[in-house]
Design a protein around this ligand. Structure first.
Ligand SMILES: C[S@@+](CC[C@H](N)C(=O)[O-])C[C@H]1O[C@@H](n2cnc3c(N)ncnc32)[C@H](O)[C@@H]1O
Length: 208
């Protein structure tokens, strides 16, 4: 399944879980605080800005924020919160698309680098971050690397409003997530989706 099929209108509409999960103040406030410190008074650029979970509160901290985002549907959700003048966003691939300006901080959070499915794409993404950074600037990547040997095929985890079944391949360092919406504690019949992730592990070359 391609990224544009995953991050469609349904995903965008159900993404935000205000006050809970990844939107809980316990998760967001320290992250936003740290990113504001790392921006050191300069501007920030979020790769894969999504619906503005992090960018909106960071902008409220008076850090100028811009974004790159692949999914128009996710940006439409962001636009229900802030306008283009407040957080400008360019639609496109964070590995290749450029935005105007120079930034003291580029950040890519919530494991989203793993949405780039090859090592070459991930390297291009780092190059693109460097392209946007002012001298001395920082590129912050948040990535939870799963303990692949503890993930058996079909092992299950719940995540926010979605139930995920994850399988992993150690030789290719690829994970596949198959997920379905949860309503009232049980998996809702209806649309199920699957997506692939490339887990960047140091020193391991991808065969993809
Ligand atoms: C898990 S969400 C993270 C959104 C936001 N950064 C956050 O922390 O809530 C992943 C986002 O990455 C976007 N995305 C996936 N691949 C992308 C790419 N190659 N370039 C830009 N955005 C991408 C998706 O459209 C989606 O909005």
């Amino acid at each position: 399944m391609q990224q544009d099929e995953i991050w469609d209108n349904d995903a965008a509409k159900s993404y935000d879980t205000p006050g809970t999960g990844m939107f809980s103040p316990d998760v967001l406030e320290p992250a936003v605080e740290r990113l504001a410190q790392l921006a050191e008074g300069g501007a920030a650029l979020e790769f894969a800005i999504g619906t503005g979970r992090v960018a909106v509160p960071l902008s409220e901290r008076k850090v100028p924020v811009a974004g790159i985002e692949f999914s128009p549907a996710m940006v439409a959700e962001l636009r229900t919160k802030v306008d283009e003048a407040t957080i400008p966003v360019v639609i496109g691939d964070m590995a290749t698309v450029t935005v105007p300006g120079s930034y003291s901080l580029v950040y890519l959070v919530y494991n989203t680098i793993s949405n780039l499915l090859t090592q070459a794409q991930q390297v291009a993404c780092f190059r693109n971050a460097a392209r946007h950074l002012s001298p001395g600037g920082r590129f912050v990547v948040e990535l939870g690397v799963p303990e692949l040997r503890k993930l058996s095929p079909g092992s299950r985890r719940s995540s926010g409003s979605r139930r995920r079944a994850i399988s992993a391949s150690i030789p290719t360092t690829r994970c596949a997530s198959n997920w379905s919406p949860i309503m009232s504690g049980s998996a809702r019949a209806g649309r199920r989706k699957s997506s692939a992730h490339h887990i960047a592990t140091s020193g391991r070359r991808s065969s993809t």
